[in-house]
Design a protein around this ligand. Sequence first.
Ligand SMILES: CC(C)(COP(=O)(O)OP(=O)(O)OC[C@H]1O[C@@H](n2cnc3c(N)ncnc32)[C@H](O)[C@@H]1OP(=O)(O)O)[C@@H](O)C(=O)NCCC(=O)NCCS
Length: 199
Amino acid sequence: MCALVDSWLPGLKKAPGLYSSRLMLRPIRVADADEIRESVNDRRVCDNLSYTPHPYTMEMAESWVRNVNYGMANGTCCYWTICDKKTEKFIGSIGLSIYSEQEGCEIHYWINANEWNRGYCTEAVKRVIKYVFEDKNIHRLYVTHREHNAPSERIIKKCGFVFEGKQRDGLKRFGKFENVMAYSMLQNEYLAMKKNGLY
Ligand SMILES: CC(C)(COP(=O)(O)OP(=O)(O)OC[C@H]1O[C@@H](n2cnc3c(N)ncnc32)[C@H](O)[C@@H]1OP(=O)(O)O)[C@@H](O)C(=O)NCCC(=O)NCCS
């Protein structure tokens, strides 16, 4: 097991609670499965995810939560439930795939469609970016969106990721190939943005 996984492990068995001005990011639990199922079964959400099947059943949601917890225990991922900080209302999910050998992570997110366009995802992504680079000393954070996912593109650009290129037909989803747009942020770029007040 490499050093990064070792160093990540203490915070992994239970993803640390993270707070921002309106949000609480807390560890995903099996009790969230029903709200996860309801959110992800919505085609507006599901169609923009990379691998999630539709229809999305309760068994699938529970199995995903179990897999995520297994991945967290093994240092391969870290996922949070996004909630309203005051009411604890379920808003969505955000997570990281951890590529230990590269000292890198990839970020993933979705928001319940009833909560779109309130800035929640941007706020959650910025909070996880801060966690990754400041608390975890990660070197590189990677993110992708499908070419036509305009809200995700907007979030990625607002957060200051650098465009790397277009993966032509990089994803096959429901039988159709789609281009995937790839971006990254390095730790030194994050620190420079922080110095300039973006974070
Ligand atoms: C992508 C997603 C997470 C965004 O969540 P959100 O909480 O609504 O995001 P935010 O409110 O923080 O930001 C959305 C931005 O996109 C903009 N936007 C929304 N629809 C848009 C459109 N059709 N074209 C261009 N911009 C658009 C919003 O105006 C906002 O930008 P602004 O803050 O500058 O006004 C949400 O739409 C979602 O869950 N989609 C399905 C799953 C998904 O796509 N996951 C990401 C996979 S890469």
